[in-house]
Ligand binder design. Structure first.
Ligand SMILES: [Zn+2]
Length: 118
């Protein structure tokens, strides 16, 4: 399957079960797909991280949003899903949502006032 390559970086997919995610720490782009074609970001997020528990609201310093939501994995097995995405970088997983993780905790940063739930 051919992904949208940017001029600057290579986007390699990581398969997690039946879903693949190509997350790029260079440009912050994230693409989701499956055997049958592209997957909606909210669906991809739900598959990888839907069972994670909201543990904290952190105050973010300034733009693009005042709050960062922290989630923890329910098990070590689920925590491995984090490794499908590069750590310690904000990735644009949806038009109004940034995601980051540090191998332990998953962070969501909504960039609009609409609240995301997974
Ligand atoms: Zn890239």
């Amino acid at each position: 399957m051919k992904l949208n390559d940017s001029e600057w970086c290579e986007h390699k997919p990581t398969w997690v079960g039946k879903i693949a995610v190509a997350a790029c720490g260079e440009c912050g782009r994230v693409d989701w797909f499956s055997d049958t074609g592209p997957v909606d970001p909210s669906e991809g997020l739900a598959i990888l991280f839907g069972s994670f528990d909201l543990i904290d609201h952190l105050d973010a310093l300034g733009a693009p949003s005042p709050t960062v939501l922290a989630y923890s994995a329910p098990s070590a097995r689920k925590r491995k899903n984090l490794n499908a995405l590069p750590a310690n970088v904000w990735l644009k997983v949806a038009p109004d949502l940034l995601l980051s993780h540090d191998h332990e905790t998953l962070y969501f940063r909504p960039t609009t006032s609409c609240s995301w739930t997974i």
